[in-house]
Design a protein around this ligand. Structure first.
Ligand SMILES: CC(=O)N[C@H]1[C@@H](OP(=O)(O)OP(=O)(O)OC[C@H]2O[C@@H](n3ccc(=O)[nH]c3=O)[C@H](O)[C@@H]2O)O[C@H](CO)[C@@H](O)[C@@H]1O
Length: 354
């Protein structure tokens, strides 16, 4: 089976597909390639897995009037023909779209060539790319059931969001030991998602003295807003690599954005969490994701416009209240779907024309 993966824009549109690849690569005769946008980090994430990466032009679908819509329109047009040429040459048995605006032209090209299409939406509400792709897909896998309300019902498979194998494997080391933390010092892991979160970074930096009095703060800032501040009980990193599973397992409390992938990982590990969803400059997907957690008392969700004082109060309250933390942990764990990548892999297998 030759699978063409497509997706990009942020790592949230790449890592879940790589988790599905990890399942399928165990099968005899499986081969694959990727169509994505020219972005160093995205290309590296895919090629690291030994997958051939074909870059195409990528334009953005905006819901508002902008002069960029014109140039991006041309880019999308070019991207369609680039994808058509790649797909004609490679002739995959199936195309799996992980969404993001770059995935739409390859989907249209696959449709023209009668290549079956499976797509996956991570968020609690469908993005524009998923809405555009849905009519052409044989199956639409969803991270959250709520995303399916306006999509063609017969195509929907409720799969949950894939978790990468590296996170599922047992730890070979302890982050607490490596940081030489005493067992009674709480560990707070702050995660801004694959791009970092400037708002959360500011909330942490404004409260640094008070936070580091109470706990060790492991702060993932993202590449764009990284600051290497020297402070007792504090470590700032741009991105977390292999430490991710240990941080989820060993943290007393996690502060996170409301990205769907991150929330699924918090659910898998049962992390007591504070979620600060992104609102500005987004379609509100993180607010919808976080609302589901809030409705299930599975996390403390702060208003997008939270200030430094309220943020500190929320962190302090949870650090001092182990009973509340264990309720959150239990409830978020109930929302986890551990075999999501297997479910999606079997949908891909069943829809491929081999
Ligand atoms: C700004 C933006 O548009 N964010 C969107 C993006 O989030 P984003 O790209 O952050 O994606 P997710 O929250 O879904 O997943 C983040 C992934 O990155 C990994 N990770 C993160 C930080 C790090 O240092 N190292 C690392 O490996 C996490 O383990 C996780 O697997 O896609 C999500 C899924 O469609 C959406 O819900 C978010 O709204």
């Amino acid at each position: 089976m030759l699978v063409c993966y497509t997706g990009g824009g942020t790592l949230g549109h790449i890592l879940p597909a790589l988790s599905v690849h990890e399942v399928l690569k165990e099968e005899n005769g499986y081969r694959c390639f990727w169509i994505g946008r020219e972005d160093e980090g995205e290309r590296a994430a895919v090629e690291r897995e030994g997958i051939a990466f074909h870059a195409i032009q990528s334009g953005k679908f905006r819901r508002y009037a902008s002069v960029q819509n014109l140039s991006d329109g041309f880019r999308l047009f070019a991207a369609f023909f680039q994808a058509l040429s790649i797909l004609k040459k490679e002739r995959p048995d199936i195309l799996f779209s992980k969404g993001g605006f770059v995935s739409v032209p390859p989907v249209l090209a696959a449709r023209v060539l009668h290549i079956p299409i499976v797509t996956h939406e991570s968020d609690a509400s469908p993005g524009l790319a998923t809405k555009l792709i849905a009519p052409f897909a044989s199956a639409i896998c969803l991270g959250y059931e709520s995303a399916g309300a306006t999509l063609p019902q017969k195509k929907i498979v409720y799969s949950g969001n894939p978790i990468r194998t590296a996170l599922l494997q047992a730890s070979t080391f302890s982050i607490r030991e490596r940081l030489s933390l005493s067992s009674d010092l709480p560990l707070v892991f702050v995660m801004g998602g694959s791009q970092g979160a400037m708002q959360i970074n500011a909330l942490v930096r404004e409260n640094l003295d008070a936070l580091c009095e109470k706990a060790f703060v492991y702060h993932q800032c993202g590449k764009r807003d990284f600051m290497e501040l020297k402070h007792k009980n504090y470590l700032a990193v741009d991105m977390v690599g292999d430490d991710m599973a240990c941080l989820y397992r060993e943290s007393t409390l996690v502060v996170s954005r409301g990205g769907a992938g991150a929330l699924s990982e918090l659910a898998y590990f049962g992390c007591p969490s504070i979620i600060v969803p992104l609102s500005l400059g987004s379609r509100g997907d993180q607010i919808a994701n976080a609302s589901l957690l809030k409705a299930n008392t599975a996390a403390v969700v702060l208003e997008s416009a939270v200030d430094a004082k309220n943020f500190l109060e929320a962190v302090t309250y949870l650090l001092e209240n182990s009973e509340k933390r264990s309720i959150l942990s239990q409830h978020i764990k109930e929302m986890a779907i551990a075999d999501s990548q297997q479910i999606i892999a079997s949908v891909i297998r069943s829809k491929a024309i081999i």
